[in-house]
Design a protein around this ligand. Sequence first.
Ligand code: HEM
Length: 184
Amino acid sequence: MQLRDNGLRFSPITVALHWVVAFSLLSILCLQGFIAHATDQAAQMEFARLQNLIGLVLFLVSIYRFWARITAYHPLPVGTPNPIEVIISRSVAVALALAMVLLPIAVWASRSTAGEATDLPWGFSIPALLPASQTLKQIVDVLFDIGASLFLVGLALHSFGAVKNHFLLKNDSLKRMLGKHVEL
Ligand code: HEM
């Protein structure tokens, strides 16, 4: 099995982890909605613990993913996009991968500085290693808000690029990310 990306194709690991990350992110957002609408406090806590667990998995997977992205070739683009578009789309992809490492750290730091541990299912928890401090929490929260906003802009651009390639340019860029073998 091809373990690393090369100039011709993404490795199956990259393809699988790309969608693990996308679906983990979607689950986290859905759970946020459930937490906001749950009337029962026990259910709310259960959803929050599950959300933290998915966040932890997302964080660990993203460390590997970011390292893999910056240490392997990005396959040649499908079709004939202009070089500026290629540079922008690749930079956005790397930034998205990095954001998935930094944003979970910011969530954990925000909870830690509020003096809270990050609870996981089955009685486990991620300890709050930072000192409880209102000032530090405010700084972390501002950084998180900036990072999350930039991340959403990047994700919108990234998704727009995928939709444009698939429906407008009708090339195999999205199918390649879904595992299709594409000859370049
Ligand atoms: C809305 C869902 C998504 C779609 C439709 C989508 C689509 C794609 C496509 C088509 C590519 C291949 C681009 C190429 O050929 O160079 C790609 C690559 C990539 N995407 Fe996404 N993507 C989505 C969500 C995400 C999310 C949530 C992240 C990270 C937070 C992400 C990060 C990346 C990265 C880092 C790459 C480069 C390949 C890699 O190292 O995994 N994508 N995406």
